[in-house]
Design a protein around this ligand. Structure first.
Ligand code: WTA
Length: 650
């Protein structure tokens, strides 16, 4: 009965777009119809109307060699020109591209004309440093305008960027540099984080010592003004090179399938995957979704996506989507709570932000602090709110809409992945009746389904595995250097359908509800971490004999990393001081992978639950970590083991 009532409550909470909003919406219902009638024609129209092609394409999709798709492949364009020069040429050079706000409160306003100039200068410097078409450039920067400039400069010369999140360790950076064989790294002396300087250049120096040696040049932006070691042969200051370079740069047009970037993400094995994206299709879908999902009116909106450029959200919805659409946006270096817990809301007020795109974990942290903090600021300019990264629970959705949005503006929950490149499932705010907690419907031109484990289509309502049934423009083109892994990971399970790794269910209206990962990938604060990666870091510690990691439910971060570790017999004295051992191992993981991977808890135990074939039953450990009754233990080799482990954990 209660379940029925809950269900009924969910049913009641529907929010129809207001007539005023619908009247000014950039998207119209005809988009769905057009895409249904002629899906490829629809995407070709979008590519032509949203982008500037130096050579028009005649082929929309080449799917003759699945799963390797080619979109618009006989067309040519320059991605950076699409994000910059063409807006200047259209007379929009004075429009603000970036309102940048540094953590300490310094700020810069950068117009499209200025950003274009800076990108041209940086492109000239990269060319001088020997970067050519198809070469890889690693970018390891804080959220400063130079991060955007670097990405676009790399794109402009047809090279490939690999942005590595500034919170990753030297070891993580080194493995990414090696995998991509990057020849140049762009970094900063240091960045600001919670009032302190974190030394990026130092980490790069350390990474280059560990790496195989592909990097020949390092370009260093001065930001933290902290002291750095200098290698005259290799290191160059940004202000001395880019600052003095010519702003004259003739862009070349590249094929639509020219690789644009590699972005590493966690998979089910220990080794991060270099997800490869290319140019024309990626930019088409990034621009299309940015415009329609956020109802972008570039002439009057001030858009703010809080993601770091180190993640896919920062690529598609800080850099490529907004700039391709000529948007004005806020770029913020800091964290939500430094120097005070109202920092974000102060920024919304200062710049008159109209569209805000953020993650549920941030919303839940603000909920905990209470509504009085945002209420100290004027947030009435906001008119569209977006969410990404993990399922947003209905309570957080409602809070976001009411407390941040004043109760009447649309909240769009957007489902997508590093691999999908751009938003795949989302409401369109002027069209869709909103349903808190549901990502709702595939965007026009996208086909998704829910299948059973055996690959059968689930008719009507019901839960199963989310798949994408047709190739889409911004789909990944592969895993860098590993076509086999690409096929295995995403295509082996269902043949011609892309397996996303997420569970989902469809309700009676046909709306999609995302249910979280079905593989060994955890989602902590919207960041993907693999259990295998953290386990291998734990066993790399000299004290560890065996380790098992699970993602346990966490009220704020969605999931949290919880580890169970057996110490080596020779190290058992550390086990006597479990607090010390667990602290040591938590720090070790943070040092090896990065602070985002630091386990919330490390339990020192004597046993791990294993099946007769020796497979660790993480499901039981998750029950334990979440304080639930332990599930079915009959397949364990030793059914009493969970009692022993529970006693040790308590
Ligand atoms: C999860 C981030 C539910 C999902 C753009 C996916 C979501 C993974 C949502 C990708 C959402 C992302 N609702 N789950 N709106 N958005 N996810 O690659 O599990 O960092 O597979 O891309 O995040 O994470 P990634």
């Amino acid at each position: 009965m209660t379940a029925q009532i809950d269900h009924a409550l969910e049913e009641i909470r529907r929010f129809r777009p207001s007539p005023e909003f619908a009247a000014q919406s950039v998207a119209d219902p005809g988009l769905y119809e057009a895409a249904r009638t002629d899906r490829l024609g629809f995407w070709a129209d979008q590519a032509r109307s949203l982008l500037q092609w130096e050579k028009p394409f005649t082929r929309t999709l080449d799917w003759s060699n699945p799963p390797f798709a080619k979109w618009f492949d006989d067309g040519e364009l320059n991605v950076a020109v699409n994000c910059l020069d063409r807006h200047v040429a259209a007379g929009l050079g004075d429009r603000v591209a970036i309102h940048w706000e540094g953590e300490p409160g310094d700020s810069r306003t950068i117009t499209y004309a200025e950003l274009t100039d800076e990108v041209k200068r940086a492109a000239n410097v990269l060319t001088d440093l020997g970067v050519g078409e198809g070469d890889r450039v690693a970018i390891y920067l804080p959220m400063i305008p130079e991060a955007v400039v670097s990405m676009l400069a790399v794109a402009r010369i047809g090279a490939i960027h690999s942005v590595v999140f500034g919170g990753f360790s030297a070891e993580s950076l080194a493995s990414r540099i090696d995998d991509a064989e990057a020849s140049v790294v762009i970094t900063a002396d240091g960045g600001f984080r919670k009032g302190k300087i974190f030394p990026l250049k130092l980490t790069v120096d350390d990474a280059l010592e560990r790496s195989a040696g592909s990097v020949k040049q390092v370009l260093v932006v001065r930001r933290g003004e902290n002291e750095v070691a200098w290698n005259d042969e290799r290191d160059h200051w940004w202000h001395e090179t880019v600052g003095r370079a010519s702003n004259d740069h003739e862009p070349k047009a590249f094929g639509a399938e020219q690789p644009l970037f590699i972005l590493y993400t966690s998979g089910t094995t220990g080794k991060p995957k270099g997800i490869l994206h290319t140019s024309g299709g990626y930019l088409t879908q990034a621009a299309f979704t940015h415009k329609n999902v956020f109802d972008l009116h570039p002439e009057r909106d001030v858009y703010w996506c809080t993601a770091d450029v180190g993640w896919i959200t920062g690529h598609s919805y800080v850099v490529y989507g907004p700039l391709a659409n000529g948007a004005t946006q806020v770029l913020f270096e800091g964290t939500p709570d430094t120097p005070h817990p109202g920092r974000w809301w102060e920024i919304v007020e200062k710049y008159g932000v109209t569209i805000l795109y953020t993650a549920p974990t941030a919303i839940r942290s603000f909920m905990k602090l209470g509504r009085q903090i945002p209420h100290e600021f004027n947030l009435r300019t906001l008119r569209v709110l977006g969410s990404v990264g993990e399922p947003i629970n209905p309570e957080a959705w409602i809070w976001y809409r009411h407390v941040i949005g004043g109760g009447s503006i649309p909240v769009v929950d957007t489902w997508w992945q590093t691999e999908t490149g751009a938003i795949m499932i989302s409401a369109l705010p002027g069209i869709t009746d909103l349903k808190p907690g549901s990502a709702q419907v595939p965007i026009p031109g996208i086909s998704v389904d829910i299948l059973t484990d055996e690959g059968e289509h689930i008719v009507g309502e019901g839960g199963g595995l989310l798949v994408i049934t047709e190739p889409w423009p911004s789909m990944l083109r592969g895993i860098w250097g590993d076509p086999e892994r690409f096929k295995e990971t995403y295509w082996e399970k269902f043949g011609d359908k892309y397996f996303a790794g997420d569970g989902a269910r469809r309700d009676e209206d046909g709306d999609f509800w995302l249910l979280g990962r079905v593989d060994d990938v955890m989602n902590v604060s919207g960041h993907r971490l693999s259990t295998a990666e953290i386990e291998s870091s734990l066993v790399a510690h000299p004290w560890t004999a065996e380790a098992a990691v699970v993602g346990a439910h966490d009220e704020t971060t969605g999931q949290a990393v919880v580890a169970f570790v057996i110490l080596k017999a020779s190290q058992e004295e550390h086990g006597n001081d479990a607090v010390l051992a667990s602290e040591e191992l938590r720090t070790h993981v943070a040092r090896q992978i990065g602070p985002i991977a630091r386990p919330r808890q490390v339990f020192i135990v004597n046993e791990l639950p294993k099946t007769r074939s020796g497979k660790i039953m993480r499901r039981l450990l998750r029950d334990l970590a979440e304080g639930r009754e332990i599930g079915d233990t009959t397949t364990l080799a030793d059914t009493s083991i969970m009692q022993i482990i529970s006693a040790q954990v308590r």
